[in-house]
Design a protein around this ligand. Sequence first.
Ligand code: CA
Length: 226
Amino acid sequence: MKILLVEDEPKTGDYIKQGLAEAGFVVDLARDGVDGLHLGETGDHDLAILDVMLPRLDGWQLLAGLRRSGREMPVLFLTARDQIEDRVKGLELGADDYLVKPFAFAELLARVRTLLRRGGRGKESEQMLVADLELDLMRRRVTRGGQRIDLTAKEFALLELLLRRRGEVLPRSLIASQIWDMNFDSDTNVIEVAMRRLRAKMDDGFEPKLIRTIRGMGYVLEDDTK
Ligand code: CA
């Protein structure tokens, strides 16, 4: 996994680069926006970590440049200013996450791993696995314990979402907007019905159970025997 890091504060940059290298990542470090954009356009990075306040091009301009060049990697912004305007602006430009300085390195590493697990938009792996459940994105096929499971398109999309965000509790409102392209309406039980059908197909008769309901919060898919 290769990470683009653009940070102009020498100590911070070196510290993050070293920590990520020790965690097994390959890191390209640039000290200003122009060099960062050049590295990002020519390298094949799985993730970018961009400081907002940078010389020559700021983090926003750098992100816009990367997207213009067709670079689709997830982007984590580092910002010294915990301001809502920054977050809104960044989200509009396609940032995926934020970390406010100062932060603990463990927190940065956790965010990086989460973003990478969700998968770069440009280069997703074809198979997703949890326990003995396998979802093949290209062939649109699901098996559990080697047994073929027939899902409707909606059920497949639901399972794909849960797998992409495995270990995270997904609120019903998020599921509604991602899968049904609708705003959450408390009168509708369409999500519960679909979830019940999905679980009947892929959890009934199998161990461990992978999908859990978190009362009052939403749903999570994980192998909690691990
Ligand atoms: Ca800076």
